[in-house]
Design a protein around this ligand. Structure first.
Ligand code: PMP
Length: 444
């Protein structure tokens, strides 16, 4: 049974489900209409729960695509937004604004001191942050070629869409021809498995080979997610990232960590995902969890690299919007004051252990992976060929919803369940979630 929760949403009186379906069909993009066979209309959210128009409650294990970091409508974040909205809703960074400065400082302080990552540039989305990171690396190094991973997702705008290499996300439009994709260091699905202690080195060899055979021998940079999100919660092969950073730097490039999904304590062990690999990037991009849903993103780099942006004018209208920054600042306070990161670690461990127990019970589970509350389950029909069990995944996904649990889907074949709830999720929720997973798998 779903854990007790002391909140009942007010009776919903807005446009009906049918009307909303119709307006969506007629006026909005069809892209995501089929996420569930029978779509749900969400009208209310509190902490780790969502409510539909009929007042049904769901345990939200996907957090609005890994975005609602500290819980839906967190009162501290809401108050910060309202207070700021009543004072000043918009000014740009062409004027001094105390909230922007204060938040920038607080954000910079989340990085290891010795990293020297302390200059913040605010933008509005992860795509925009990655576009800017590519531009900065090119401007700083004077090089053009750029490398990302084949299973990576980095956004949907100019350069960021080119960094993304998943074919399911690619449109037949020109890509940035300086951007190249190296073999994905995937210890489950890639050619070098986790059982091979040299796997990380072998994937790094491919990266070096790509530089030597498809660039002038010098690169502007390299970008990777610490754990690949949309690609199916893929953890990079042991030792790969460290080697990759060394190779990129030896070829004149900067190393960029895309922390859009993995930042803000989500991996439980460290505040930033890259820290789990013992590397220090030159540029870090972030979005999603930074504002608990506010349109807010940032690029953080060293003072030296940041100087490149003063060679020309670089500016965006909404970056550093005071309401977004006030919300971001409140998010950092909540993560600290409510020990959110510790909770991500503790509850995440319970969920991961439980999923590994289910793996012993259900042959269809091929792999359980991730850290903290950045977890994934890959379903396969055969443990040798790794044939994706995509219809089975879709079935589990629908069944879980019927039982009140919303999870994400991902991976190249759509055969990965993505478990990334608001980080205030409790041990009781974990128990309920695992029970629902068990019953959904049993119904296959
Ligand atoms: N990087 C990663 C790792 C992401 O998951 C996403 C969004 N899913 C982006 C970048 C792009 O962010 P946005 O959708 O805010 O542009």
């Amino acid at each position: 049974e779903m854990p007790k929760f002391d909140y009942k949403p007010p009776k919903y009186t807005g446009p009906s489900f049918e009307e909303t379906m119709q307006t969506r069909k007629e006026y909005l993009t069809p892209a995501l209409l089929t996420y569930y066979k029978n779509p749900i209309m969400i009208v209310d959210g509190k902490q780790q729960y969502l409510f539909d128009h009929e007042g049904n409650r769901y345990l939200d294990m996907f957090a609005g695509i890994v975005t609602v970091s500290v819980g839906h409508c967190h009162p501290t974040v809401t108050k910060a937004a309202i207070d700021q909205m009543n004072r000043l809703q918009h000014t740009t960074t062409i004027y001094l604004h105390p909230v922007i400065g204060e938040f920038g400082k607080k954000l910079a302080e989340t990085f290891p001191k010795e990293s020297n990552l302390k200059v913040v540039y605010f933008v509005n989305s992860g795509s925009e942050a990655n576009d800017l990171a590519v531009m900065m690396a090119r401007a700083y190094t004077g090089n053009f070629d750029f490398i990302s991973l084949r299973n990576g997702y980095h956004g949907a705008s100019g350069n960021s869409a080119s960094l993304t290499a998943l074919h399911t996300w690619k449109y037949p439009v020109p890509s940035d021809f300086g951007i190249k994709h190296t073999l994905n260091p995937d210890p489950y699905r890639g050619p070098f498995k986790s059982s091979d202690p040299e796997a990380g080195k072998k994937y790094a060899w491919h990266l070096k080979n790509l530089i030597e055979h498809s660039s002038p021998g010098a690169v502007a940079g390299f970008i990777a997610e610490s754990i690949q999100g949309i690609g199916g919660t893929v953890e990079l092969a042991d030792g790969f990232l460290k080697e990759a950073y060394d190779i990129i730097r030896a070829h004149g490039g900067l190393c960029i960590a895309d922390e859009v999904q993995t930042g803000f304590g989500r991996t439980g062990t460290n505040f930033w995902g890259f820290q789990n690999y013992g590397v220090t990037p030159d540029i870090v991009t972030m979005a999603k969890g930074i504002g608990n849903g506010a349109p807010l993103a940032a690029v953080v780099t060293t003072p030296e690299i940041a100087k490149t942006l003063s060679k020309r004018i670089h500016f965006n209208t909404y970056g550093g919007n005071p309401v977004s920054c006030a919300m971001g600042s409140a998010v950092l306070d909540v993560i600290r004051d409510e020990k959110i990161q510790q909770n991500a670690h503790d509850v995440g461990s319970i969920i991961k252990d439980g999923l590994n127990d289910l793996k012993k019970k259900y042959k269809v589970i091929g792999d359980v992976r991730g850290h903290g509350l950045m977890l994934g389950v890959e379903l396969v029909r055969d443990h040798e060929t790794l044939e994706p069990a995509n219809t089975e995944t879709a079935h589990v996904f629908e069944k879980a919803k019927e039982m009140g649990v919303l999870v994400g889907k991902g991976g190249l074949y759509g055969n990965c369940l993505r478990i990334k709830p608001p980080m205030c999720v409790t041990k009781e929720d974990a128990k309920f979630f695992l029970d629902v997973m068990d019953r959904s798998l049993a119904s296959l």
